[in-house]
Unconditional design. Sequence first.
Length: 170
Amino acid sequence: MGKVYLFEHPLIQHKLSFLRDKNTSVKDFRELVREISLLMGYEVTRDLPLEDVEIETPICKATFKRLKGEDLGIVPVLRAGLGMVDGMLELVPNAKVGHIGLYRDPETKKPVEYYCKLPEDIDKRKLIVVDPMLATGGSASAAIDFIKEKGGVEISLMCLIAAPEGVKVV
């Protein structure tokens, strides 16, 4: 079973209040999504694997930690998730970016995949699905299922706002 992490950092809470304010301009909304994604990304990437590397400093050779390989993928759910990608890429500029597009069938009310472009080696990558709003959980769980069908193994979901019903479904 997955775990849920609630971001209670004061900066995130502060920025969320402006994000949810009906008087926030479109420009400010986009910037807030990027900023909050960057702050949340710091925590979501906490468990990325590190490796020791030896480098030459101005004083001597020393061993330091660096991210092991390029094993992160960011997958926005189109189109709303696109606003979260830039914040994540500020943290991990070499991350691969995929995309998954879904729409809700008007008759069945079930999510339908209309586009999916993922990194070729998703089975070797930690994938972070980004979608700003988790409401019922239908689209997010469908996106995760589609990614699993295509070989994704280690998948996290990062949302700015989540309803308890959606969290339960995912």
